[in-house]
Design a protein around this ligand. Structure first.
Ligand code: SAH
Ligand code: SF4
Length: 364
């Protein structure tokens, strides 16, 4: 199916140029941005002449994602299932904190990185999301939580399904667009990108001159373990990832975040914690420990609470700032990639139903 481009793909100069090319005054560009970024479809843009809307409809679509379903948690977390113009489904999760609302969005349908603990990679990569589709995840959630002029979403994390740096061009365009003053104007400080360690992408992101927060999914203190659980490590080993992370810090001065999901008997031993201390010593970073979310059929289990406590304490006494990530949304459907798979009819891979094994829902 060939999809029409969404008008949301356009930046300020492209929209202005488009208006010029159809003989419209340039202020229409600003009007279109206001309409689009408040979630309006062409039919609802009543301040735009209908002749212009009809002209635009020939080559462009408006908002390319719709909210298909919502799941509410007792702790206020809301999980969204979005449908896209070609019928594909993606997920996002809205979390409420004291400082605002964080939306975790997807960047691809599926993922080709094949990490052994992750549900998103199970069916491989289906397709990349466009920048407009990523924007539409935020815009539809804003519209769904509209309260006057205030937008609901204050922070964005790229931690849903997909590897954002494996979809670099669309992701970069998306990041530039949401942080632009004429769109959602979300500060770069409030945007985080999580990667499995695509070294070239990390360096390229640093070179854009933007200062987004960078999270690296490390999950192992040495190549021997990481090769077993994250195939991408055979292409970009830990030394390469750490060196790219340092480069990112030098360019942006943003403290690095490392994600480390504790998997029983694989990466959770005291010796692994000590190795991790050595590896990260001197790096301006924080380690987020996560209790693994068991994925059915994967035969991997979350570490026990005592092992997690010991791991955490070795890191902290070893001078590595670290916390166990707070689990939110435990009573709604499991982590991101899993929800899409369930609705796409792939029941066999859904999460364990045991409450204690539910994920921090920002994981895929
Ligand atoms: N592809 C990117 C971003 C999406 S994954 C990345 O890998 O970083 C978001 C986070 O969820 C990553 O840290 C990932 O390692 C973690 N994750 C995936 N499956 C998980 C599981 N079953 N349990 C705990 N964390 C998981
Ligand atoms: Fe892809 Fe991230 Fe899942 Fe790995 S953890 S398979 S990179 S989405």
């Amino acid at each position: 199916m060939i999809m029409k481009k969404s008008l949301l793909e356009l930046n300020e100069s492209e929209m202005t140029e488009l208006m010029r090319s159809v003989g419209e005054p340039t202020f229409r560009a600003r009007q279109l941005f206001e309409n689009l970024y408040s979630g309006k479809s062409f039919d609802d843009m009543t301040n735009i002449p209908s002749a212009l809307r009809d002209k635009l409809k020939i080559n462009y679509t408006d908002i390319p994602a719709k909210i298909e379903k919502k799941f509410f948690s007792k702790d206020g977390t809301v999980k969204y299932l979005f449908s896209l113009d070609d019928g594909e489904l993606v997920e996002g999760v809205l979390m409420t904190y004291k400082y605002g609302k964080t939306l975790c969005i997807s960047t691809q349908i599926g993922c080709r990185m094949g990490c052994v603990f992750c549900a998103s990679g199970i069916g491989g990569l289906k397709r990349n999301l466009t920048s407009a589709e990523m924007l539409a995840e935020i815009i539809t959630v804003n519209a769904d939580n509209a309260c006057g002029k205030d937008r609901a979403v204050t922070n964005v994390v790229l931690m849903g399904s997909g590897e954002p740096l494996d979809n670099f061009d669309n992701t970069e365009r998306f990041l530039r667009l949401i942080s632009a003053p004429y769109t959602l104007n979300i500060s770069e400080r409030n945007i985080s990108l999580s990667t499995s360690g695509i070294v070239d992408g990390i360096r390229a992101l640093a070179d854009t001159g933007h200062k987004f927060n960078l999270t690296i999914s490390l999950h192992a203190p040495c190549d021997e373990i990481r090769n077993k659980i994250m195939p991408i490590n055979k292409k970009y080993d830990i030394a390469g990832v750490i060196s790219a992370a340092k480069y990112y810090f030098e360019k942006t001065k943003r403290r690095l975040i490392f994600e480390y999901s504790l998997i029983e008997g694989i990466n959770d031993g005291a010796e692994n914690a000590r190795l991790l201390c050595k590896l990260l010593k001197g790096l301006p970073c924080h380690v987020n420990l996560i209790k693994l979310n068991s994925v059915k059929g994967k035969n991997l289990r979350a570490s026990g609470n005592d092992d997690i406590k010991e791991f955490l304490s070795i890191l902290n006494t070893g001078g590595i700032s670290s916390t166990l990530r707070r689990i939110m949304g435990v009573d709604i459907e499991g982590a991101c990639g899993q929800l899409r798979r369930r609705f796409a009819g792939c029941n066999d891979t859904t999460h364990s139903d045991k409450e204690g094994e539910q994920p921090q829902h920002t994981g895929v």
